[in-house]
Design a binder for this molecule. Structure first.
Ligand SMILES: C[S@@+](CC[C@H](N)C(=O)[O-])C[C@H]1O[C@@H](n2cnc3c(N)ncnc32)[C@H](O)[C@@H]1O
Length: 205
């Protein structure tokens, strides 16, 4: 691990993920979660405050970054629901099949190495009728922004903890066998190449 990954990147990630627009997205979607919840890529735990204690039994938060998990641990005491944290990757979830009622992923599908494998794992651990709640940035619809996203991704990936700017989240979810009836996408505040956002819920088709 490097000074960048351990010290600098967690601070930058947390700052970026606390923008007004992103907090509004968290407020919009996280209260949808219910029952036993798995949050993959929990990061510094910025979603934890938004879980609804009337609906959620417990949240399990998983992330590969020990530095970000340390920050998330500081938020566990004030979270409105019981939270346990563990180190791991979305592509290899250490849980039995059908263990969760809801799964949450926000601004992390851009960074996982293998999104199809991660989504296959999320399908596996969701109970029948379970729901995936997602807020993710990705490939914009217009050619000019796409061009910038494709040009910038190789450099951005290296400094941004593996984050790709050019993933088509709608197609990735569909190809993984998830169906969404309420997916919306659009530019939020910020640089256009970073702010084309897909949000909604999805269920195994
Ligand atoms: C931009 S941060 C978002 C953190 C948090 N979800 C949020 O909304 O604030 C991206 C997160 O994805 C995590 N991540 C990267 N690769 C991952 C993987 N293979 N499985 C799960 N999480 C991963 C990173 O450690 C980081 O916490």
């Amino acid at each position: 691990m490097s000074f960048w990954a351990d010290r600098v990147l967690p601070t930058l990630v947390e700052k970026a993920c606390r923008s007004h627009a992103i907090l509004a997205e968290r407020q919009r979607w996280i209260p949808r979660a219910h029952g036993e919840v798995l949050e993959v890529g929990v990061g510094s735990g910025l979603n934890l405050a938004f879980y609804d204690p009337a609906k959620v039994d417990a949240v399990t938060g998983l992330d590969p970054s020990a530095a970000l998990l340390t920050r998330a641990a500081a938020r566990v005491a004030t979270a409105p629901v019981p939270v346990s944290l563990l180190e791991g990757v979305a592509e290899q979830l250490p849980f039995p099949a059908r263990a969760f009622d809801s799964a949450v992923i926000t601004y992390s599908l851009c960074s996982v190495d293998d999104p199809q494998r991660a989504l296959a794992e999320l399908r596996r651990v969701l109970r029948p009728g379970g729901e995936l709640i997602f807020v993710e940035h990705g490939l914009a619809p217009d050619a000019r922004t796409r061009g910038w996203q494709r040009r910038l991704t190789p450099v951005w990936r290296r400094i941004g903890g593996g984050c790709r700017l050019d993933r088509d989240m709608r197609a990735i979810l569909r190809d993984a066998g998830f169906r969404s009836d309420d997916l919306t996408a659009g530019f939020t505040e910020g640089a256009s190449w970073l702010s084309y956002t897909f949000e909604g819920t999805a269920r195994p088709a």
